[in-house]
Design a protein around this ligand. Structure first.
Ligand code: CP
Ligand code: NVA
Length: 330
């Protein structure tokens, strides 16, 4: 059956089929080719979108803005402090207002239930730009990047190191299961993904001839990996007080030269960014001063190495977000 995502919201990958995701990846490649060769693609001229951010952003915001403008759309950005939402107006009321004015709504916020509620009331497609539970637009960029580097996805060995029970660990486990990628979460047990999500992903993985593994063993998890991926150890919305414990339990899971040495020679390093790989950020410098660790989830050596594809990955956010908006608005 041909894929038709017109009018759909993009809230989490579990709402889609593997072939929907495949379709979005192929569409992303087309848009990337057009952008690179300077072919105009204002296919959505006359439409307008609004970007609602309750948490900060660089990549997601800029990707939606540039992708929206490349597609010929008008774009409004509302930052955490500049709308009535949450404080003076409920999510449902906000959705019903914005749905009258805009053709699509991007939302970055806290609970997944909030973006679901927005979508249930907006009457136009809603795109999840990150919640505490999932980060589904990031997944397309990550899979596109892996496919560009290796030429295929099925059978790739993918290892996620660190805080595996958060939006990034959860979403990567789901997308890997859906696309036939062998997924390993390497983390201390208390940061393993939730059991019910693991169960769901294992069922999906079985159908796609791939595996889901949870392990505390860095050497075993990184051995034979094609991709080693990590994310920051404390996510947006978590209190500063958790840093001390997180650093203590996640230090052995830092992606450094030793971890990379266990992986395949041609393995790549990935990170959704932003990253604390040195002390050139306010938080990075503070952690170095407080806990004596100048590099957190990834060493600067690995981040800056030839194996690191983090900026290709960041660029792909834009091409893939363009595909999502086009597919759901056309
Ligand atoms: N990876 C990502 O979502 O980055 P931003 O927080 O800058 O949007
Ligand atoms: N887990 C991170 C991802 C940032 C893109 C966060 O939620 O802050």
């Amino acid at each position: 059956m041909p894929t038709n995502l017109s009018g759909r919201s993009y809230l989490k990958l579990l709402d889609f089929t593997s072939s929907d995701i495949r379709y979005l990846l192929d569409l992303s490649k087309n848009f990337k080719d057009m952008k690179r060769s300077g072919v105009p693609h204002k296919y959505l001229e006359g439409k307008n979108i609004v970007l609602l951010f309750e948490k900060t952003s660089t990549r997601t915001r800029c990707s939606f803005e540039v992708a929206g403008m490349d597609l010929g759309m008008g774009v409004t950005y509302l930052d955490p402090g500049s709308s009535q939402m949450g404080k003076k107006e409920s999510i449902a009321d906000t959705a019903r207002v914005l749905g009258r004015m805009y053709d699509g709504i991007e939302y970055r916020g806290y609970k997944q239930s909030l973006v679901e509620e927005l979508a249930a009331n907006a009457g136009v497609p809603v795109w999840n730009g990150l919640t505490d539970e999932f980060h589904p637009t990031q997944m397309l960029a990550d899979m596109l990047t892996i496919e560009e580097k290796f030429g295929y996805l099925k059978g790739i060995n993918f290892t996620f190191m660190g805080d595996a029970r958060n939006n990034m660990g959860n979403s990567l486990m789901v997308v890997c299961a859906m696309l036939g990628v062998n997924f390993t979460a390497c983390a201390p047990k208390e940061l393993f993904p939730a059991e019910d999500l693991v169960k769901t992903c294992k069922e999906i993985a079985d159908k796609n001839a791939c595996t889901i593994t949870l392990s505390e063993d860095v050497k075993a998890s990184c051995s034979d990996a094609d991709v080693i991926y990590t994310d920051i150890w404390v996510s947006m919305g978590e209190p500063d007080e958790v840093w001390e414990k997180r650093i203590k339990i996640l230090k052995p899971y830092q992606v450094n030269a030793k971890a990379m040495s266990y992986a395949k020679k041609e393995a790549i390093f990935m990170h959704c960014l932003p990253s604390f790989h040195d002390t050139k950020t306010v938080v990075g410098a503070k952690m170095a001063e407080k806990f004596g660790l100048g590099e957190l989830e990834v060493s600067d050596e690995v981040f800056e190495s030839k194996q690191s594809v983090v900026f290709d990955e960041a660029e792909n956010r834009m091409h893939t977000i363009k595909a999502i908006m086009y597919a759901t608005l056309k």
